[in-house]
Design a protein around this ligand. Structure first.
Ligand SMILES: [Fe+2]
Length: 404
């Protein structure tokens, strides 16, 4: 009955679209996230994302089913069960624990808000075969749904489930990078930088602009609500990310070496016989001077800026840059740090997956923009706000600078 009522309301919203904008309650904001992609596109996205996940899991050597108990890692079998559980919970169980799962005890085992991080190592997990079967059951059910047109509500819940899976696929990639294991899946973007363009400073004059996402502009995450006017003073931002060569020059500079605690080389660098190498997954490669420097944490990026008389862009400045379709700037294929702490915009209210943003508005996270080689295009919207703790550098992150 409640579900029928929901469909009726969703239908009404689509018909009375403009009028509804003025009267909706914030708890139902997610019903404003349309137009959605057609079912065929969602089906394709889900197939792509799940193919990668299953490929990763089917190729993990048994010895790697257990990974070191670090706060930046998760046991792979737990992560696989968790992303399948998330999808099932929101797409097939209406976000209600009272609706049964395909897997016994799934809520207890795989709800990341319920099972403490350290318990993910000590709690016995189902076998890989049963998790593969659980995943097959859940994803096949969604693919069946997507064989025909779907309503607004279903289209909404399928998207965060796919994007959440995309994020966990990327987390698998940087977990394997941390552990020096082979690349778990091929990059999703072309990794070559266009090196023909020399580094320049791109000037943006002072402007008043609408930051973030509008109602009716398709799927968004709750932390993008809502578009609001900001006054952006003029700024000059680098067309290129900071490169390995620039970072090395900084590391070896007198101004860095004279510091009480000079900056250390990034994770996964080593010097042998006077030459620098960088580990990428399980391969040591000569350091490419023109590639964007990666695995730099926020504090090290800030330190680089300070020593060089520069600053990090804030999230609005970086959004303005990456919104330009121009070829005048170069992507880093990394998540780029901004000077903006992760905080709510005016008009924020949590969406049904309440733990996506709300618990992290605590001043302990910084916003990153962009996307890595392991981020699918569907998550690389300019308005998308990623966020990590500033001391982390295990994910694929880098930075670019602004003039003071
Ligand atoms: Fe998750």
């Amino acid at each position: 009955m409640a579900f029928d009522l929901f469909l009726y309301i969703a239908d009404l919203i689509e018909k009375k679209y403009n009028k509804y904008f003025m009267h909706h309650s914030s708890a139902d904001d997610y019903l404003l996230y349309f137009p959605h992609p057609p079912a065929s596109t969602l089906s394709q996205w889900l197939e792509e994302s799940n193919r990668i996940t299953r490929h990763i899991l089917e190729n993990i050597p048994a010895a790697d089913h257990i990974v070191p108990q670090l706060h930046i890692l998760n046991p792979p079998l737990w992560e696989f069960g968790h992303l399948t559980w998330f999808h099932e919970f929101w797409v097939h169980r209406g976000g209600q624990v009272s609706n049964p799962s395909f897997m016994v005890d799934a809520d207890h085992l795989f709800n990341s808000s319920e099972i403490a991080h350290e318990d993910r190592w000590s709690t016995p997990m189902p076998s890989l075969d049963s998790l593969l079967e659980y995943n097959l059951n859940v994803i096949s059910s969604t693919q069946e749904l997507l064989c025909k047109p779907i309503d607004n509500k279903a289209a909404y819940f399928i998207q965060p489930s796919i994007f959440h899976q995309d994020m966990h696929n990327e987390a698998f990639a940087y977990m394997w990078q941390t552990m020096g294991r082979p690349m778990p899946f091929l990059p999703l973007s072309d990794r070559s930088l266009s090196n023909e363009n020399k580094q320049t400073w791109i000037h943006f004059p002072e402007s008043s602009l609408e930051a973030d996402s509008h109602q009716g502009s398709g799927f968004i995450f709750d932390n993008e609500k809502w578009a609001h006017t900001i006054n952006a003073p003029s700024f000059d931002i680098s067309s290129s990310p900071v490169t390995n060569a620039e970072y090395l020059t900084y590391l070896e500079s007198a101004s860095n070496l004279s510091q009480l605690e000079p900056a250390a080389p990034p994770k996964h660098w080593k010097k042998e016989d006077g030459l620098w190498f960088e580990r990428f997954f399980d391969e040591w490669l000569p350091l490419d001077p023109l590639s964007a420097v990666r695995h730099i944490n926020y504090f090290d990026a800030q330190h680089y800026c300070k020593v060089n008389g520069l600053r990090l862009p804030n999230e609005h400045e970086l959004t303005i840059l990456i919104s330009q379709k121009s070829t005048a700037w170069q992507p880093s294929h990394l998540w780029e740090w901004t000077s903006s702490p992760f905080s709510p915009f005016p008009g924020f209210s949590p969406d049904p997956c309440t733990d996506y943003s709300l618990p992290w508005f605590n001043g302990k996270y910084q916003v990153l923009k962009g996307g890595s080689l392991y981020t699918p295009d569907r998550l690389k919207r300019a308005a998308f706000r990623n966020f990590y703790q500033p001391n982390r550098s295990d994910h694929f992150c880098g930075f670019r600078t602004c003039l003071l």
